[in-house]
Design a protein. Structure first.
Length: 191
């Protein structure tokens, strides 16, 4: 282990240590371990496969350049994912894909409005992912970060520079829109 005691023990610590010493073979090993998950994270945010590939590659380069700053406070995968998410969001902002500020479209969701109809309709995971990709950018990003990436609303608010209540309301609105869209698809299939 390093001179500094790591708070989080990584199963790939030996590879991480070799990356810190600049070993390219170790960098390639680390890349192979994480590239699929990081690509999927990028894709869920930018919704474009070629752009996601570029962002993922750039994120790895950025991570390897900053690997000496990795202190082991979280798993390496969580640290890398944070770089990937932030870089993906930065690229979206650069391309002005998020034109309307999420903050401007906030409305409060009341507890009573959580669910008007609790029908248990089974949908395949791929159908749900496809419908998430069809959501407007702001909704898609928040719901992907929350449901798929596992961030809580405080973390999303920090990542996206919005308030926690905005994250919660956007997520609730995105879920509602997603459910409506999935129900429409189900009705189309049944007819």
């Amino acid at each position: 282990m390093n001179k500094q005691e790591s708070i989080y023990t990584n199963i790939h610590q030996d590879i991480i240590d070799r990356c810190k010493s600049g070993e390219q073979k170790a960098q390639f090993q680390l890349y192979k371990l994480y590239y699929k998950a990081m690509y999927n994270t990028c894709l869920r945010i930018v919704n474009d496969s070629l752009e996601a590939e570029d962002i993922m590659q750039e994120s790895f380069l950025k991570a390897f350049g900053k690997i000496n700053f990795y202190k082991g406070e979280v798993s390496f995968g969580a640290w890398l994912k944070r770089i990937v998410v932030n870089h993906s969001l930065d690229e979206l902002r650069k391309r002005k894909l998020i034109t309307d500020s999420i903050e401007d479209s906030v409305y409060e969701i009341k507890e009573k409005e959580k669910s008007e109809n609790n029908e248990d309709i089974e949908w395949k995971v791929e159908e749900i992912k496809k419908e998430i990709n069809n959501l407007p950018d702001g909704y898609r990003i928040v719901i992907s970060l929350y449901l798929i990436e596992g961030y809580d609303h405080d973390e999303i608010s920090e990542i996206m520079n919005i308030s926690s209540s905005t994250s919660r309301s956007q997520c609730a609105r995105a879920k509602k829109k997603l459910i409506e869209s999935l129900k429409e698809k189900q009705l189309e299939k049944n007819n």
